[in-house]
Each structure stands twice: as C-alpha cells, then as structure tokens.
Design a protein around this ligand. Sequence first.
Ligand code: HGY
Ligand code: MN
Ligand code: MN
Length: 431
Amino acid sequence: MTAASLLRAAPDAVATAARRVMARCEELARVSADTASIERVYLSPEHARVNRLAAEWMRELGMRTWQDAAGNQVGRIGDPAAPALMLGSHLDTVLDAGRYDGIAGVLIALEVVRLLRVPSGDDGWTVPLPFAIEVVAFSDEEGTRFGKALLGSSAVAGTWNDAWWDLADADGVSLRRAFLEFGLDPGRVGEAARRPDELVGYLEAHIEQGPELDRAGEPLAVVSSIASARRFQLVVEGEARHAGGTPYDMRRDALLGASEAALAVERICSAEHHIVGTVGRFEAFPGAVNVIPGEVQFSLDLRGEFDGERDRVWDALARDLDDIMGRRGLRWRAREVHSAAAVFCAPLLQDVVAGGIRATLPTRSEAPPVIFSRAGHDGMALGAIADVGMLFLRNPDGVSHHPDEAVSAGDVAHGIRALAEAVLLRGTEPA
Ligand code: HGY
Ligand code: MN
Ligand code: MN
C-alpha cells in the first residue's frame, strides 16, 4: 500500500536533518533553570533563551519570525497573503524533563521547512505549496508553572480566559506579574489569537508518550484523537494535633483521608477502559514529623478518550471522596484548574499523515498504525480554530516526562520525511 513519494530530497539530506534535530535537542536541554535536570517553564529566563534560539534557526531558513503576544515563537515562509499550514509543538517542559517531549516536534517542523523550501527569486525562500507554512514553538503546553496547561496555544486559539491572570506559581507570582516581568502586556494577549481563515490546519509531530509503538515494533503512527483532560487542585481538611498525645478515636488525620482518596483514584480509574487518573503532587501541612496533618493539598490529572466517560468517572470519584471524608470526619474541596475536551484529528489530516508514513516506509504492507493519544498536546487548543493532525514517533519503552525519554535518530529521520510527505500531500488538496 505504498503512497507515491512527493519529496524530492537527496537521500542523505534527511539523515543529516535528523542528526541536526538530535544535536539541537541536546543544545536546548542545556537551557534549564536547574543544572542537574531539565526544567524550562512559561515566562522564565529559559523560555526567553530558547525562543531566541528558535528564532535564529527560523531566520536561517529564510522565515519571517516574531514572538506573539503570549510568548509563542513563530516563523513563517511562503506567500504572505496565503493561509498557512501551521506546524510545531512546544518548547516548555515538565520538571526533571526529558529532551524530546515537544522539543523534537518543533525541530522536526523546521527540518521539514528546510527540505521543502525553494528560492523565491528575490534572494529569499518560499515553499512550492498553495499555502504558507508557519512553525510555532508554543510557550506553555505543560502548565508546569501555573497548573493550567495549553496557555500559549489557547492564546493562539483565541480561547484565553482572563480568570487565569490570578493563577500563581509556587512562589506566589501571578500569571499577570510573570507576563509583565517577561516583557509582555497582559492587555494585549488577545493579539496572539489567529482566525480560522488564516489556517489550513495544524500538524504536529511528537514522540509517543507511551509504549504502544515500541511494543508493536512500529516507528510511526497516525494519531486518531487527543485525550480529554481535567486537572484539579484538591484540599482535605482535618485537624492538626499532637502526634503523641492524641488517641486514635480523636484524630482527624487529613493525610490518611487524602491517601485513601489517591487509592480511590487508582481503583476507580483502573476499572475503566480508557481512563487514567494521576495524583502527581501531594503535600501535608503543617508538615512537622510530630504533628498530625491538619491539611493535605494534592493534584489530580484525569484523562479519557471521551469527555462523557471522563466526567462520569469524576462524578464517581467525588462520591467516593464524600464517603471517605465523611467516615473520617474530614472535609474536602476541589478547584478545577484545567479542562480540555477531547480533540478528534481531522480525517483529511489523518489521511495525509498516513500517506506520509506509507511514502516513508514503502515496504510496509498494511496501513500505518492509528492510535489515540493519552497525552495532551497543543492540538487540543488549536482544535478550536483549525483541523488538527498528529504524527507519533516511537519512543523506546514509552518513557516520557523523565530524563530517560528517548527517540532514535533513525525514527526522527522517518518522522521528518513522513511529515514532509504529509505536508506535500496536503498541498495536493484544496487549501
Ligand atoms: O501532560 C501531558 O499529557 C502533556 O505531556 N502535556
Ligand atoms: Mn508534549
Ligand atoms: Mn509533556
């Protein structure tokens, strides 16, 4: 089931591009708030440094570059009047991150531009397509600093919510203050918004953040949909008391209640087919060894293939927490800090990604794998204004959000070619 290859590139050009992606992933990994690990969060000095690096690499390709009103770094090549096919991913990271989550997608997109661009005659460059190409390095896909994910891509999608300005980081710095300190104007964040008619679609290459491709021995896959997500900050309140003098029948231990809640997340979610719930942050107060915890604050990240299933599981969890806290004489409350509906990748973009994979791996007989992404991506926000398509690259053992995250140069080369072929295939369709 091969698809004709539309890419005219010297055989070793793609291998050279893959080596450049791997080297630049190492270079970007060194731009971190922590010398012992990779940490690059929204509106940080590290964010500013990688934006400057990305802009330099975009200009080298003959792209026009700008940083938008939400701190996303953008490059554009092609007809200034035409709508754009947007490629990209994110350059922000989680804490103690890997080198490739998001980063590889931005760099692969730049290599696709390098392979597709042609001289425009006025000492510049263009692309032989019925649309322009934009590469966006989104500034906050993870939500590491303020808890709310997809801030950069939400601004581009025009779905920014002014309630977010009061979100604060671990040091109590509000999003509004961080904007100002980064040199951005909160009052102008709306200028980052793009109109649907400006885009012909959004295509993102990303490492798979799970083991499916590795287990199947597949280098690439088409993504069918991106998981719907909800994130909560929960608080359990009991009573801080002396760890020695307080008999059990008088204790209202918030940590034990919150611990039962965390186990309920695992019990209830694991009984469902496509639902995962994770407690990633868990903190007891006052946090002294000889004081019964009077309060616990913890996070919940809840995802599912379909919004309705995910919401039904949240309702079941809430009922379970009522039982647990009632039995223990505790109180609990939850603040929802992030919610993103499932986004189903557009059939046309799924088709061009599948065609790109077939043109890249011509010896494959059957259709490329199609998998649902349990990880969130900027496409969840972009889905509000554009068709979304995603290409997954194999990630050995599926390790991600961890320093051992990996991808092979060979699979990156496959990914570069497949994305380039997909862009060319999209160019054979009406813009
Ligand atoms: O959390 C996620 O799924 C993504 O990596 N931000
Ligand atoms: Mn990512
Ligand atoms: Mn991530």
